[in-house]
Design a protein. Structure first.
Length: 477
């Protein structure tokens, strides 16, 4: 990315910074001596072997450079010099690529070259970077912080951008390694030195302050939370990995919840977001986000009545349930974390003591292929009466008997979130009932496709089954 004119630019930039009264040290931090090796601070769970593999060097080389007499003494917080990183200095810090960050933007923000970024992270192509990717970035205590200035509008110029925001156009040219003031590409984010106490903001659109997806990277079977902080009221549309997102007003912006399919392909997944305000000003944004494996196990093959795995019997049920949970209620009826759907004896934990099977585990029936997954968490009576309780406040939208799920209850909690309860021996609510968190709704049984009494507990988020246990630990949104 850096041209043969870099030396001239740096000298000119330093002179400019001096004339503007900016500290020389902060502006020149990236050009400090690179004779020293970069330093990596050992994190919890790290091993010398894993650190060596991450940076593409040998364990022996790290031991020799750092004069380590006993590898067992290398603990969390130990500062290790990393060999083989010529031209790189500072502390190697882990960061996660956020939405809106591009390869060029990262190079500008951290004042790196493509070669440095590729060497440190062992990248073969800039196209390998997705939102949620983990990167190692060299930083120093004296290095200036850079924040997005914005981007040149289509038909506009860098001078327009600078004048409109009070920035010096030549500073933008030098910091962003541009050939001249007319070489900025419309839509490409440009960076400037942060002012005291200033933090990074979104460069996607003046209508948007920030866009966040959590968790990043996404994980199979997880619940994704998409928050958009805006500067004005907007109508938002979007999709994540092919699923249409539904946004609701929340705090100082909007939020959408979306389940990540438990058998989704790992790797890059498309995220798209568009918005328009009352004056018909609009923006559109696309970026790939990373999906990682949920590391689900393969259950032992399960032997059942062949009729209960015959698609002519099971597909109508799947279609029926999918239609039920496709409805979206605009009122959010739950508050905080969900509650346990069963009684748990004193001194015991629901997981693992009462759990008989886990969400997401791959399933094989009658020695067939592993082409499906367990859609919920199975919970036993745990030595008690077997009462079933609503996980959160909501409205009952289905009760009935199904081939696979047996006696089944579905509760709508609003915003596309549903909880469901299968294999009951007794259903104690009816469609239309409003229930509160912890209210008795049924009794554990052995109806449907089962090999013994248990509760099959599901959570659906915008039409996708997710890990129910996450909702006991985290309040969404």
């Amino acid at each position: 990315m850096y041209s043969h004119l870099r030396l001239f630019k740096v000298i000119t930039f330093l002179l400019l910074m001096t004339m503007l009264g900016m500290p020389f040290q902060a502006a020149a931090a990236q050009d400090q001596s690179t004779s020293d090796n970069p330093v990596y601070i050992v994190q919890q769970g790290d091993t010398l072997g894993a650190i060596a593999a991450r940076f593409g060097v040998s364990t022996d080389a790290i031991i020799e450079l750092n004069q380590i007499s006993d590898p067992n003494l290398v603990t969390e917080g130990t500062r290790l010099q990393i060999p083989g990183m010529e031209g790189v200095s500072g502390v190697l810090t882990t960061t996660v690529v956020s939405l809106g960050q591009s390869t060029d933007g990262l190079l500008r923000q951290y004042q790196l070259s493509e070669e440095q970024l590729a060497k440190i992270n062992r990248l073969t192509s800039p196209a390998e970077l997705y939102a949620g990717s983990t990167l190692i970035i060299p930083q120093s205590d004296t290095q200036a912080q850079f924040v997005p200035q914005g981007s040149v509008a289509s038909g506009g110029s860098l001078l327009d951008l600078a004048v409109g925001s009070g920035a010096n156009p030549w500073t933008l040219v030098l910091l962003n390694d541009l050939e001249n003031s007319i070489s900025a590409v419309p839509g490409e984010t440009l960076y400037r030195t942060a002012r005291d106490g200033e933090t990074s903001t979104s460069s996607i659109s003046p209508l948007v302050q920030s866009i966040e997806i959590s968790p990043l990277p996404l994980v199979q079977g997880s619940t994704a939370e998409i928050r958009v902080k805006t500067t004005t009221a907007l109508t938002l549309t979007g999709s994540l990995n092919g699923r249409e997102l539904r946004f609701f007003p929340f705090e100082d912006g909007y939020v959408a919840l979306q389940g990540v399919f438990a058998m989704a392909d790992t790797g890059p997944a498309p995220f798209e977001l568009s918005g328009v305000d009352s004056n018909n000003q609009s923006f559109s944004f696309q970026q790939n986000v990373l999906i990682q494996s949920g590391h689900f196990a393969n259950d032992a093959t399960i032997y059942v009545d062949p009729a209960t795995v015959d698609k002519s019997n099971t597909q109508p049920e799947e279609d029926q349930v999918a239609k039920i949970v496709s409805q979206v209620t605009s009122d959010k009826m739950w508050d905080g974390v969900f509650v346990k759907p069963i009684d748990v004896p004193a001194g015991y934990s629901m997981v693992p003591d009462c759990r008989t099977d886990s969400f997401g585990n791959r399933r094989s029936y009658n020695n067939g292929p592993y082409e499906s997954f367990h859609s919920g968490v199975d919970l036993s009576k745990c030595g008690l009466a077997g009462n079933i309780y609503a996980s959160a406040a909501g409205t009952v939208v289905f009760t009935g008997s199904l081939v696979v799920r047996g006696n089944y209850t579905v509760i709508d909690h609003g915003w596309g979130v549903f909880s469901a309860y299968g294999h009951q021996s007794e259903i104690d609510v009816k469609v239309g009932d409003h229930v509160e968190a912890g209210q008795l709704i049924g009794v554990i049984g052995a109806t449907g496709r089962v090999d013994g009494p248990h509760l099959h507990w599901e959570i659906w988020v915008n039409g996708v089954l997710v890990q129910p246990l996450d909702w006991l630990d985290q309040a969404y949104p």
